[in-house]
Design a protein around this ligand. Structure first.
Ligand code: ASP
Ligand code: MG
Length: 410
């Protein structure tokens, strides 16, 4: 019997009525002859509320205790959904992340899954029961409870799908699929029928909140057949696969954006050869992700600019200042209130001039790009936060992403 993993996000579980709706979808899969593993997030804004509670007590909660707190959110969902399934006549068992065999590295708040011990789950499935597993949480080999980073339930779902060799992993959410851009900011955005793992990975990393980047990475590495669809409408979703069919040969397939970015500059690096690695290894040792990096040289000075998330700014400054002597630099300056706007598409590999067009579109609309980074299939620029939305809209228009007949329903 084939197995399917079906994941529900917090917005699809925000009320008991929605939980009942999720239960009906799960039962429909079961009646279709599938083994079903449901993976759930915390109800609605629960995780945010738990974070707020912690914030009322301390500005710097211990990361271990944060995990202990946040994992309670998903436990509420698994038990309620399991009850709903039972009430509807199905046999269901709720499992926490650790009961489901999700083993992670020893990192709190942003752990990676290192193993899935699936024997327990497999045994329950063989008994014909539906499993309701808590997303976003795992356990280290030492028995410490960890979480996978915000949005991490997607990754739990994909990891379970890979371990169980599931025929499909459906991510059910409050949108009907993956869009060419966020319809709340770009009204002409439309749903894509399919997209490649690589494009989705770039979009997810660049701020398209629809999927957790690590989930996409995991799906690509294990060839998990992934689908994003609505939890309330029966409309077909977006399939994420190895080679997406090129609709109308679009070179650019999506415009993503993200705000709350800081540009940090370390001025006066004394020794550019040792200074460069020590700056970044100091940040890496503290799990601070650095994005765009620019090194600039004057006659007697090396300066290093890079972008990080606003939330990491304070910690980044602190850890670098602590190592000031060892690294050898003069001072640090930060520019906040920036946003990153990116275009993504596999077609860029074989089509020169995409970046040139992007810069021309921004310049024509009086938008200054402050930092640029590229990969084979994306170009990102940092702009002032208030220019994020117009930049996204102009790029979406210029690359004709809204031009197809299928239009956004949200
Ligand atoms: N509840 C967690 C969060 O809000 C995990 C998830 O939703 O995937 O980030
Ligand atoms: Mg999510």
């Amino acid at each position: 019997m084939g197995t399917v993993v079906i994941k529900f996000g917090g917005s699809s579980l925000s009320t008991t009525d929605k939980i009942k709706n999720a239960a009906r979808m799960i039962i429909a899969e079961k009646e279709n002859g599938k083994n079903v593993v449901a993976v759930v997030s915390a109800m609605g804004k629960t995780t945010d509320q738990l974070l707020t509670l912690a914030g009322e007590i301390t500005a710097r909660p211990a990361k271990r205790e944060m995990d202990m707190l946040l994992t309670t959110g998903e436990q509420v969902s698994i038990s309620l959904l399991s009850m709903a399934l039972t009430e509807m006549g199905a046999e269901a068992v709720s499992l926490t992340g650790w009961q489901a065999g999700i083993i992670t590295e020893k990192v709190h708040n942003n752990a990676r899954i290192v193993d899935v011990k699936a024997d327990h789950i497999e045994k329950i499935l063989q008994e014909g029961k539906i499993i309701v597993a808590a997303g976003f949480q795992g356990v280290t080999e030492d028995g410490e409870i960890t979480t996978l980073g915000r949005g991490g339930s997607d990754t739990t779902a994909v990891a379970l799908a890979a371990a169980l060799k599931a025929e499909r992993c459906s991510i059910c959410t409050d949108v009907t699929g993956v869009f060419t851009s966020d319809p709340r900011y770009v009204p002409k955005a439309r749903k894509l029928a399919s997209i490649s793992y690589d494009e989705m990975l770039e979009l997810a990393n660049l701020g398209a909140g629809v999927l957790h980047p690590r989930a996409v990475e995991f799906a690509k590495n294990h060839s998990v057949s992934l689908e994003v669809r609505s939890s309330s409408e029966s409309e077909k979703g977006t399939v994420i696969e190895e080679e997406a069919s090129m609709e109308k040969n679009l070179i650019v397939r999506g415009v993503a954006f993200e705000d709350n970015i800081t540009r940090m500059t370390v001025f006066g690096l004394k020794d550019e050869i040792t200074g460069l690695p020590s700056v970044f290894s100091t940040l890496a040792a503290n799990q601070i992700d650095v994005d765009i990096i620019i090194q600039s040289q004057t006659d007697n000075e090396t300066n290093l600019s890079f972008s990080i998330k606003d939330k990491d700014r304070q910690e980044a400054v602190e850890v670098l200042e602590k190592e000031k002597e060892a690294i050898g630099f003069d001072h640090i300056e930060c520019e906040t209130g920036l946003s990153k706007v990116s275009i993504v598409g596999s077609g860029m590999v074989s089509n020169p001039g995409v970046a040139a067009k992007m810069f021309a579109v921004l310049a024509d609309n009086g938008i200054q790009s402050k930092m640029v980074s590229t990969s084979e299939i994306k170009v990102s620029v940092l702009v002032d936060a208030e220019q994020m939305k117009p930049a996204a809209q102009h790029l979406h228009d210029a690359f004709e992403l809204g031009a197809l007949e299928e239009t956004a329903s949200k």
